[in-house]
Design a protein around this ligand. Structure first.
Ligand code: UFG
Length: 318
């Protein structure tokens, strides 16, 4: 398959570029390098492109004529989205709308979309399945939910077929050691804990210890980035293997770990201590997010290989 991987220079995208290439696909990364790193694109071709730039997108679709598009180029920091919503709606929603228009114009109708658990907001029940009500509590989640809604309409009107994957907390690194989570600034819990362990930071803050959870800190469902990458390939194979309908899947491990538990696990695995500070809550954080991935398991054969939190953490430490 010839795949456009938009945002292939980012954390999740670069892992997918690698796996898709290793599975024999032709991969072309499109990225504006606003948060990604060109040296994270280990395989295939790289084309500089911003998804707002219709002329450039048109030119690339005409040059390559891809079989499918996988789209990862979004801003994804919950807290930032609450203080700069324009940035999120403009890139994540308007940018994707532009991309969809160019896809239809070029008769490319297979689309994999990277969505998020943030579309659900505060859960009404756990684990969260695909039919759970969608009430996002931050602009990031809303910017992604709007795309999910646009996709339904593009399917009805133009026959665009899509698979939406809603990730819970992507974590870990590829075992080659060649790829890493390299956000700047880093905001995610696990990489920040590792930086504290390494002495790159003085301490790790726990954002809120008064949530309605067993130890008062937020609970999240961590899924290894290579398991995410693998199921994306299964998704694109599904789309291209016949006249298949559009689908939406939640992706997680089904297990939840609190912020305190994650910190204690890193200390336990490494045998090293570091400074932990109990801080204020961070705006936009739901207390608990745990996925039900039954549908992806049943229909796509989703089968996470690195499914123990200790093993996910080890891939970061290594
Ligand atoms: N946290 C801390 N201290 C830190 C960093 C994070 O206590 O220094 C806490 C957060 O408050 C949260 C938990 O650790 O409770 C996880 O936070 P992350 O920033 O690692 O991840 P999020 O859950 O906020 O966000 C991630 C993705 C989003 C996605 C969301 C869905 O970045 O894109 O998961 O679960 F929407």
């Amino acid at each position: 398959m010839k795949l456009f991987i938009i945002g292939g220079a980012g954390y999740i995208g670069s892992h997918i570029v690698k796996l898709a290439y290793e599975n024999g696909h032709e991969v072309i990364t499109l990225d504006n390098l606003s948060t990604g790193h060109k040296d994270s694109v280990l395989y295939g071709k790289f084309e500089y492109c911003d998804i707002q730039d219709s002329n450039r997108l048109n030119e690339l679709f005409k040059n390559y004529n891809p079989d499918a598009v996988m789209h990862f180029s979004a801003y994804s920091i919950v807290g930032e989205s609450t203080i700069d919503p324009y940035k999120y709606y403009y890139n994540n929603t308007v940018g994707t709308l532009n991309l969809l228009k160019i896809m239809i114009d070029n008769d490319c109708k297979n689309f994999i979309f990277s969505s998020t658990a943030a579309v659900f907001g505060n859960p009404e029940y756990i684990p969260i399945d695909e039919t759970h009500p969608k009430n996002p509590i931050n602009p990031y989640g809303k910017s992604k939910l709007m795309v999910e809604q646009m996709l339904e309409d593009f399917d009805s009107a133009h026959g665009l077929k899509y698979v939406v994957f809603r990730y819970f907390n992507a974590a870990g690194h590829d075992k080659s050691g060649k790829l890493a989570e390299r956000h700047d600034p880093e905001t995610h819990l696990l990489p920040l804990v590792i930086q504290t362990l390494n002495g790159q930071r003085e301490s790790i803050s726990i954002y809120g210890s008064d949530y309605d959870t067993k130890d008062g800190t937020c609970i999240r469902d961590y899924i290894h980035v290579n398991d995410l990458a693998q199921v994306h390939l299964q998704g694109v194979e599904y789309l291209l293997s016949g006249d298949n309908g559009s689908k939406v899947y939640n992706l997680g491990s089904g297990n939840g770990f609190s912020v305190k538990e994650i910190i204690e696990k890193v200390k336990g695995i490494t045998g090293k201590d570091f400074k932990v500070i109990e801080d204020e809550r961070r705006e936009g954080d739901p207390a608990v997010l745990i996925a039900s991935s039954k549908r992806a398991k049943k229909e796509l054969g989703f089968s996470p290989k690195i499914d123990k939190i200790d093993d996910i953490i080890r891939t970061l430490i290594n």
